[in-house]
Design a protein around this ligand. Sequence first.
Ligand code: ATP
Ligand code: ZN
Length: 878
Amino acid sequence: MKIEQITLKNFLSHESSQVSFKGNINAIVGVNGAGKSSIIDGIVFSLFREPSRGNMNNLIRKGKKTSTVEIVLSDNSKGKIYTIRRNIPASTEDSILENSKPLAYRSSEVSQKVQEILHLDKDILLSTVIVRQGDIESIFKDLADVMKKVMKLENLEKLTDSNGPIFSVKKELEMKLENLQKDKEMYESKIAQKKDLEKEIDNLNNNLKSLEAQKEEKTLQLNQLQKNKEEEDKKRERYIELKAKLENANTQLNKIKEDVKDLEEKMKIEQELDTELKQLQEEKENLQRLNDIINQLKLISQSIKDNNNQLQKLSREIDEYKENLHTKKELEDKAKKYEENKQILEQLKRKYLEYNKIKSVYDSDREKENNLENELQRFLIFIDINKLQNDLDKISERIQNLNTEKGQKEESVNQLLKIIKNLNDVHGNICPVCGRELDEEHKKKIREESETKIKDIKIEIQKIEKELRDLNEEKRNIETKIKKALELKAKKESKEKELNDLKEKIIEEEKTLNQLKDSHDKYESIEKELEELEQYYKKYLQLQRYTQNELEEKEKNKQEILQRLDELNSKYSQLRSQLTIPDEEISRISFKISQIEKEYNNKQGILIRIKAEIERKKKELDDIKEIDNEIQTINAEILRLDFDEAKYNELINSINTLNQEVNSMSQEISRILGKLEADKKSLEQINSELEKLKTSIDKIPQIEKGLSKLEKLRNDLSGSGLQNFIISNVKPKIENNLNDILSMFNLSFSRVSVDFEIGGKSKKGKTKITAFNTAGYDLDIEMLSGGERISIALALRLAIARALLDEIGFMILDEPTIHLDEERRRELLNIIRSAMSIVPQIIIVTHDDEVKEISDYIINVYKKGDSSAVKEGVSDDQ
Ligand SMILES: Nc1ncnc2c1ncn2[C@@H]1O[C@H](COP(=O)(O)OP(=O)(O)OP(=O)(O)O)[C@@H](O)[C@H]1O
Ligand SMILES: [Zn+2]
């Protein structure tokens, strides 16, 4: 594995640097503090994420927050390129690529791939081929510890620790064993359980057999009894039926016997009733005959009463007729006179009405006439229109004159204003008013004079305007008066005409009234006469219906009634003589009859009922015989049945007891069967558990063996015995490698031996390195020259690396020649050159010009501002 390139971003003094390692020996050169070691730090960080100085955060360039380092490695034998990229702080962009294909992301996984795939072991590389400033010889002092570290011997210690894997496996096995012991105990107790269970099952089976036999016997008995009971049940049913029938028949018989007891008594009552009824019938018939006569007498007496009434009424009517007929005759003349006057009045009626009509019109016309004449009296107040008109004309003339005067005055004002205005516009010096010379003084004088005149004229105009206002007011007043006077005049004239027309009409009306006057007066006098006659006439009309003929008719009727009364009286006395009872008895006869009828009906009803009863009872006498027969038959059958209720109850009790016994046996049997089934299941379960436990128990000896083996292993591994054994196996290999390498370095030693002892946990290891010169004497390492020591130290580093790594790809030396004198430096350079045959790539950080000379690639590092920069392939002095 070779380092091809490293890129640093914000890493220590580098802001952004890229370095390629193109030679076999690559020298990184530059002044102190230029940033050379930083590049080595970058390589170590990129490979192992290990800060070689301080802590991880110190690696970030001051003033920045993140840092990135990327290294490119090549494995020429396999033709692979690896790119590792790491960030501070670690991020998901940390990655390792194989030929550009990602192998892993995340820092811990990247570190794992570096170890597993690139086979770059951190402990080995940092202890051997990566040599920090001034560290070359420290390998002598630390060899034992280095070996312990690079051989990962601490892991052996961890193995036998009380926290270590052996211990925990042992513990696990012990726990398992403990559990298995418990299983064993369990197994034994289960075996005991199994035996108990089997015994119980046997017992249960025995019980079951005897119970089933008993049950069978009882069931047989039960069946026999059931059969018996069925027969008894049938008998019982019939027995109960017959008993009921018997009871029924007895009750019926008793009832009938009771009923028939009074038959003779009833028959006697029947005879008595018959006789009574016959007597009643006779009595009733006698009374009936008397009653008939009484009824006839009643009719006659009523008729006599009616005829007497009629007679009285008729006598009164006859008297009334006689009186009224007399009065009627006396009123006859007055009635005739009334009728005649009535006729005359009818003839006059038309003229009378016409007179009245005209008279009422005439009266209202006279009233109107009177009103009109009064009204005209008021129009007599006279208004002189002509005078008013004259006044108006005068005022109008005066107004006209004043208006003319006012116009003239206004014209004068306008003239004067024009003069004032024109004064300003005048050109030349001739006065337009007076034609004299026109200077400013003259202008002023004219203006002042004109203004004074205007003022005077305006006062006059105001006076005229006031007089005009007054005159106009007066004019309007007069005009109103004239208008009113004219209206009055027209009204008066129309009223006068109306009055004249009315007067003419009145004259006409008076003429007509005179013509009608006589007829009117006559009508009124007859009317008066009629009023007096009217009462007599009315009375006469009321008496009109009384006639002589009717009177005669009534008197004839009266005679007839008198005759009929005679006949009725004689008939009555004849019938009364036939009736032998006194008068007070008569009124009670009809009551007696109804009384007897009621009694008769009552007794007849009783008789009918008694007869029906007797009939029924006679029939019942036959029924008694029939029922007696039936009772005898039933009794005979009951005797034959031979049923005993007490015995029957006994039978039922026995059946119930047996039934209970069988049931409880069945329950017990099913309980035992259930228990048997459960026991069998338990047994099965126990068997399967036993089987499982058996396989567990079988493991016990095996585990016990394992435990004792483990104990032995732990004893063997603890202590430093094994470690030393391992080391002693590696040691010859390292020694051989060392001597091999040293022979290439051209030194005067035949052999170097390496002895060391690994310390314990807190004990420091011991190292003894001895060189044998060609003469065969041995020399302690301290006794050798500085150059020899450096050579051996480098050789030893390479020897260890070679023993433990597949191949050594590179070696990094940080300032190896520092603190060396001239001679030793030269020796070291020779050795480095020689090392080329062992390490294909060497990277040296140096100040030494001679180192540059042996290098085939120079990397110049310098400060540019406050950042480090890199120039490749040239020396710094070029
Ligand atoms: N985190 C950091 N950020 C920026 N600069 C840093 C940081 N840590 C250290 N430095 C500076 O980086 C510079 C380079 O240090 P480095 O050890 O690489 O120098 P060098 O070239 O090896 O010098 P020398 O020849 O003296 O060993 C030093 O000046 C140091 O002060
Ligand atoms: Zn003038």
